[in-house]
Design a protein around this ligand. Structure first.
Ligand SMILES: [Mg+2]
Length: 353
């Protein structure tokens, strides 16, 4: 039964910055950010809490971050170091469940529905994972426990840093009722704005809405919006080696009208995609693609065959996608990798074990 799933979302607290602060405690007291330089149109990957006080946020252009906080200590960061810690925490997850879906280096969903640990208490499992991560890496993680993925993800964010929130099946209805639509993963600031213009602020505002009306305003997103607002999310936790595609995307703070900015946005996604690829391996890579979403919510994807991947290969695809914008701005940039599906026998075995 879908409603009986037990999903944990674990999210490390300001991960890259936390690793640097662990290794050099002097950095803990000053505003710190890991990110690209201002000169190269860099963006902030992660920042610590002292930096957040100034309004610095991840995915913010470095130039803007330095305006908000001129004394910001900016570090390029060390991907190798973060990957090592990431491997450590993934090994910890595997002790609790084989069904682990990493979302990035520092974040993962675990399906512990069939776990025998702690008599199957997802709450106790989540607490134990947090305890073990701290003991073995010196870093704090936050966790969300819920009957599905999107609620677990929202929950892990509620009591950050070093926090836990459990949403039991009985609490789902009450929780989503008061939940701002803007908190649903995938609802960016632009969508939230459009929802607000229609008087839709909280999930309860949308729950009784007619799907056809939502489709008119939000296209393909309408169906999932309606489902999420009722607390429904049927997506299973998928381990990466079963993934048929891997993608990273970023909804921009402001829509882009200049091609060069679009290239920058795409470039800033590249390290993320490389990490996802590192999890999955290049084996079976079949195609690569660029996805753009425009101001009018139209979406386009340009793909090509490929069995290896580099940033340069995405440029001609971006150019083609850009030409389809019909004078609209770009609100979302995504990079995608397509793989040949694993053989079905294997898939079933792992799925049911
Ligand atoms: Mg995190």
């Amino acid at each position: 039964m879908i409603s009986q799933r037990k999903i944990i979302h674990i999210d490390m607290d300001c991960f890259f910055a936390a690793v640097e602060m662990r290794d050099n405690p002097a950095l803990a007291k000053i505003p710190l950010a890991i990110g690209g330089s201002r000169d190269n149109r860099g963006v902030i990957a992660t920042c610590n809490y002292p930096a957040r006080v100034y309004g610095v946020r991840s995915a913010m252009p470095t130039s803007q971050a330095l305006k908000l906080c001129p004394q910001l200590h900016l570090m390029p960061g060390s991907m190798e170091k973060y990957k090592t810690v990431s491997k450590q925490i993934r090994a910890i997850f595997q002790r609790y469940s084989p069904l682990v879906e990493p979302l990035s280096l520092d974040e993962a969903f675990l399906d512990v529905s069939d776990s025998a640990h702690f008599n199957g208490s997802a709450t106790l499992i989540a607490e134990d994972i947090r305890r073990v991560i701290l003991a073995e890496t010196g870093l704090t993680a936050s966790a969300g426990v819920a009957p599905n993925k999107f609620l677990a993800k929202i929950a892990s964010d509620e009591n950050k840093p070093d926090g836990l929130l459990v949403i039991t099946p009985a609490e789902v209805a009450g929780f989503v009722e008061k939940l701002p639509l803007a908190k649903i993963p995938g609802v960016g600031s632009k969508t939230a704005e459009r929802l607000a213009q229609l008087g839709l602020i909280h999930c309860r505002d949308i729950a009784g809405c007619d799907l056809a009306i939502l489709v008119k305003h939000f296209g393909a997103m309408a169906d999932s919006l309606l489902k999420r607002s009722k607390g429904i999310d049927e997506r299973p936790v998928r381990t990466e080696r079963h993934a048929k595609s891997v993608g990273v995307e970023h909804t921009l703070d402001t829509d882009i009208d200049v091609y060069h900015d679009c290239v920058s946005a795409m470039t800033s996604l590249w390290p993320k995609l490389q990490l996802r690829l590192a999890n999955q391996g290049e084996q079976g890579l079949q195609k690569i693609g660029v996805k753009l979403k425009f101001s009018d919510f139209r979406q386009t994807t340009v793909e090509c065959q490929a069995n290896s991947v580099s940033l340069e290969q995405f440029l001609p695809l971006l150019q083609q996608a850009w030409q389809r914008r019909q004078h609209q701005g770009v609100r979302l940039v995504g990079l995608q990798l397509g793989f040949t599906p694993p053989n079905p026998g294997q898939l079933c075995f792992s799925f049911y074990r």
